[in-house]
Design a protein around this ligand. Structure first.
Ligand code: DSN
Length: 429
């Protein structure tokens, strides 16, 4: 008897060759290029197995032991394991593992901690924040009253005195720290002091760096925050999804905000996969991985600087580098396109006080989580920096540039062959 009905690629190929083709091509793309999007990673076969399982089929609105459907005994066990593992790994009093994404987790955190119209103090999007931190095109900016803080024009780091001044002037209900494009450490204790001074809740959006916290490579926000929201698919290397950690006193409010306020049925296959990833992240090998992610990002930052791409904020303490390309006279948009032609996947990104609109941007953001999962180290980062520099300087509309981009693509292929993604054949034949 089957004990597990797992991903069967041959079956999919027979049933739906068109979609099977897409899956095959995506695997080839991931294997054949450098994946430097700072928010991506390669999940393990065990995580993918849990995702591709029959837990997908189960409706389980509610929480373990208190569901609105029968037959939830098995999925309850998965969710309880995920909750226990999250609490243990992060030393959190409470964990909710149901948010479908980081944005859903943030919506629920707002719902738990604030009312529409309340003042929320958070980092502005062009300075490294997130859409859900008060952007006018998002619920957070439409339903709440956002006040934005910026990085200092001198250091390109958070100016904590400015944050305090804004907090004292605007008396926010909620203060948010945590960013998508901020390469330096955040002083959570300082944010806690400011929040206490004005009687605000402190929410840390740890989506980008929670994996580094899990791996003990950077300090944890958990002791300082009322609520920590995060994703599970970035450095943490789990399934696409979200999670909320909180103080015990906020547990009920957080749980009710996730379900029934923001979401209906939880994705039990994703929750099982979160449990798998949290277990993987709790061992010493993940700590070594997380430290290597930071070491690699630092090496990449130095290599990009050597190529004339100025690291914003002077470098990095985390998994990502934001590089200013203005000295090369190339926009972020052109750099992204050129790198793509050389099989280097990264994203254009606004730099602080960017003179360009976001769709053009003056910078690129690069991250080390995926290449570190492939086993690359500092030597390879120096090579990757050189390849990015060569690609960014090559204009594909000239024959010399097109030739150079093809040469870089060959060098990328040689590198990824030495450090293959998904080398183990059990993922897909
Ligand atoms: N889209 C994510 C990122 O790339 O940073 C944040 O939501």
């Amino acid at each position: 008897m089957d004990t597990f009905w797992g991903p069967d690629f041959a079956y999919l190929e027979r049933e739906d060759p068109e979609i099977a083709h897409v899956l095959r091509d995506e695997l080839a793309r991931q294997r054949g290029g450098l994946q430097l999007i700072a928010s991506e990673n390669f999940t393990s076969p065990a995580v993918l197995a849990a995702l591709g399982s029959t837990l997908n089929d189960k409706y389980a609105e509610g929480y373990p032991g208190a569901r609105y459907y029968g037959g939830c005994g098995e999925v309850d066990r998965a969710e309880l394991l995920a909750i226990d593992r999250a609490r243990d790994l992060f030393g959190a009093e409470h964990a909710n593992v149901q948010p479908h994404s980081g944005a859903s987790a943030n919506l629920a955190a707002f719902a738990a901690l604030a009312e529409p119209g309340d003042v929320v103090l958070a980092m502005e999007l062009p300075h490294g924040g997130h859409l859900t931190h008060g952007s006018r095109v998002n619920f957070s900016g439409k339903w709440f009253h956002p006040i934005g803080y910026r990085v200092s024009p001198h250091t390109e780091e958070i100016d904590y005195d400015e944050v305090r001044d804004l907090a004292l002037a605007h008396r926010p209900k909620l203060i948010i720290c945590g960013a998508t494009t901020y390469p330096r450490l955040i002083d959570f204790a300082r944010f806690r002091e400011i929040a206490d001074e004005v009687g605000a809740y402190l929410m840390v959006d740890a989506a980008h760096f929670i994996g580094l916290v899990a791996g003990r490579a950077i300090p944890s926000p958990v002791p300082h925050a009322d609520v920590v929201t995060c994703t599970t698919h970035k450095v943490l290397r789990g399934p696409r999804g979200g999670m909320i950690l909180s103080r015990a006193g906020l547990a009920q409010r957080v749980d009710k905000a996730v379900f029934p306020f923001c979401q209906g049925g939880p994705m039990m296959h994703a929750i099982a996969a979160k449990a798998v990833a949290l277990r993987e992240a709790s061992g010493p090998s993940f700590q070594a991985y997380a430290q290597q992610v930071v070491d690699n990002a630092r090496a990449l930052s130095v290599a990009l600087a050597t190529e004339g791409m100025r690291p914003v904020a002077g470098g990095t303490d985390t998994h990502l580098v934001l590089a200013d390309l203005r000295d090369l006279g190339v926009t972020g948009r052109d750099a992204e396109t050129r790198c793509d032609l050389a099989r280097i996947t990264l994203n254009k990104n606004a730099i602080p006080f960017d003179p360009q609109p976001p769709a053009v941007a003056s910078g690129i953001r690069v991250g080390s989580p995926s290449v570190t999962t492939q086993g690359m180290r500092e030597d390879e980062m120096r090579l990757v920096g050189r390849l990015i520099g060569a690609a960014v300087r090559s204009d594909p509309d000239t024959s010399a540039g097109a030739t150079r981009l093809a040469d870089v693509a060959d060098e990328v292929a040689a590198l990824t062959e030495r450090f293959p993604a998904y080398a183990r054949q059990e993922v897909m034949a």
